[in-house]
Design a protein around this ligand. Structure first.
Ligand code: PMP
Length: 303
């Protein structure tokens, strides 16, 4: 069914099957791309894109870090995202804008390669599986660490960075877990392969700070706003691995994962081995916005 969808490529909507790149594109050899993962929700007030401005800004920031100059304006890409969602007649979907280095350079130096932009959309359910929002997922601490500073920049959402995420994810899946957690170069908890992490202990929320080799996600930020509004204290701090095992609750946050409870880490049961009350309160508030379309936080762009 994907073949019926359109993809926006360098200014025009083309058929899914025609949205191709050349094998000698720089990105195929060296991972030179930046991208975003965005959700459009079917709210009670109509379809709305969550954190559109923030995602497009981050696409520019990731690209700037990797010295990629996007040959469009942010406003043009926002319009193109909305046009693609409309052309594909989605009520709800996942949106993937991608900036990549194309042909023109065969060596590592990318400067002669063209810069291309594509936007794909498709319908997508729960990222870590159905019913996980209630029952939670089993995760393991990965033997792979998160990118160390001065290796690859973790604040950039860039293709090559996700080789690290793939190692973490593949190890977790092959060992029978839904997700892997990475530790930073000093052995403190960093994040999931595609999610940020929160630990709840004695009703206080703990999360790694943004400089700790994580991608500082918008869902993470939203959860911090909700938590403060609901009266919870949030501390951005170092999280030792062992604090996971004795946590009252743990949950993962991300555009795809939303707010997903963790029911075990390394086979240690967490809390009651299902969604705990703090996770539930935060999840309820988050899902209320994206389902009802009532938007006191100003997160949504209706299309
Ligand atoms: N960390 C990583 C490595 C990710 O890929 C993602 C998903 N973009 C996140 C965290 C969560 O970010 P966001 O809430 O903005 O989706």
């Amino acid at each position: 069914m994907y073949h019926k969808l359109k993809i926006w490529m360098n200014g025009e909507l083309v058929d899914w099957n025609d949205a191709k790149i050349h094998v000698m594109s720089h990105v195929a050899h060296y991972g030179s791309s930046t991208f975003e993962g965005i959700r459009c929700y079917d709210t009670a007030k109509g379809s709305a894109i969550l954190f559109l401005d923030e995602h497009v800004r981050r696409l520019w920031e990731s690209s700037k870090i990797y010295r990629i100059e996007i040959p469009y304006s942010e406003a043009e890409i926002k319009d193109a995202i909305i046009a693609t969602v409309k052309a594909n007649e989605h009520k709800a979907c996942y949106i993937r804008p991608l900036v990549y280095r194309g042909q023109g350079a065969l060596g590592v130096n990318p400067h002669r390669a063209s810069i291309e932009v594509a936007i794909a959309t498709w319908e997508w359910g729960a990222y870590l599986g159905e019913d996980v929002l209630e029952n939670g997922v089993d995760v393991k601490v990965s033997s792979w660490h998160r990118l160390a500073p001065n290796t690859l920049p973790s604040w950039a959402k860039a293709g090559g960075n996700y080789m690290n995420s793939q190692l973490i994810k593949m190890e977790a899946i092959s060992d029978g877990y839904a997700e892997g957690l990475s530790l930073d170069q000093n052995g403190y908890v960093a994040e999931g392969s595609g999610e940020n992490i929160f630990v709840v202990r004695h009703n206080i929320l703990y999360t790694p700070f943004a400089g700790q080799s994580i991608l500082p996600g918008f869902t993470r930020h939203a959860v911090m706003d909700i938590a403060k509004r609901l009266g919870y204290e949030v501390r951005e701090t170092l999280i030792p691995r062992e604090s996971l095992y004795i946590a009252d609750e743990i949950f993962l946050t991300g555009t795809a994962a939303e707010i997903t409870p963790v029911r075990s880490v390394d086979k240690y049961p967490i809390g009651q081995e299902k969604r705990g009350p703090v996770t539930e309160a935060l999840q309820h508030e988050y899902l209320k916005v994206v389902r009802s379309g009532e938007d006191p936080y100003n997160w949504l762009t209706f299309i």
